[in-house]
Design a protein. Structure first.
Length: 82
């Protein structure tokens, strides 16, 4: 299944604050995730949003709503689950 991606404003701000190489790497992994949620994707327990994509030391926090993946944040792992 091919998912549609929607970035929330905070996620875009997070990406713009990263180095160009890191941001490019994260966006590539998000594109791969569009295809059947491939990659290091894990459902989170008792945490909102309910899913995460791991890209090295970075976490992409998102929700799945049918065929739509809504990306809320892109944060370093040390701050991801605060």
């Amino acid at each position: 299944m091919l998912y549609d991606i929607e970035f929330r404003p905070m996620a875009l701000r997070d990406l713009n604050g990263l180095s160009p190489d890191t941001a490019r790497r994260i966006v590539k992994k998000i594109e791969v995730m569009r295809h059947d949620m491939a990659g290091d994707v894990k459902r989170l327990v008792d945490y909102t949003p309910g899913w995460r994509l791991r890209v090295g030391d970075w976490r992409v926090l998102f929700e799945r709503d049918g065929r739509l993946l809504v990306i809320y944040r892109v944060v370093h792992r040390s701050k991801a689950y605060e």
